[in-house]
Ligand binder design. Structure first.
Ligand code: FES
Length: 130
């Protein structure tokens, strides 16, 4: 019986389709990622091959932006006390919409869709917002 199960299980897994998720997500944050978001005010997560900065602003809204600085690609971080996003590599500052406040980045950080659902889960979709 064990032998039969060891043969049938991999075949069944192979034939079962993967969960529906497109090239842009949506992706649910894990419990650990949500815990870090709640503790630190932000978390950087991989979403379909991109580094995404997910933060909860002072009004409790979830924001998701590319964590890759548009200057030379360093990873940015959220500075909650100043309500801005900071790149330590060349001291660039971005507002919470991704706009460049100061420093050498040539363009804003791309913004993505992020929301907290009623059940507490956080969903990110890497479709750029205008
Ligand atoms: S890489 Fe971010 S400011 Fe230069």
């Amino acid at each position: 019986m064990g032998w039969l199960a060891s043969v049938l299980y991999p075949v069944g897994r192979y034939l079962t389709p993967l969960p529906e998720t497109g090239p842009t997500g949506p992706v649910n944050l894990t419990r650990g990622e949500i815990g870090k978001l709640e503790q630190d005010g932000f978390v950087i997560v991989p979403v379909v091959g991109k580094r995404v900065l997910v933060l909860e602003d002072s009004e409790g809204d979830i924001r998701a932006l590319s964590a890759r600085c548009t200057h030379e690609g360093c990873t940015v971080q959220y500075v909650a006390d100043d309500s801005l996003i900071w790149c330590a590599c060349h001291n660039a500052k971005f507002d919470l919409e991704g706009g460049v406040i100061s420093g050498p980045p040539p363009k804003p950080l791309p913004r993505f869709y992020g929301e907290r659902r009623d059940d507490g889960s956080v969903v990110i979709n890497v479709v750029e917002q205008a």
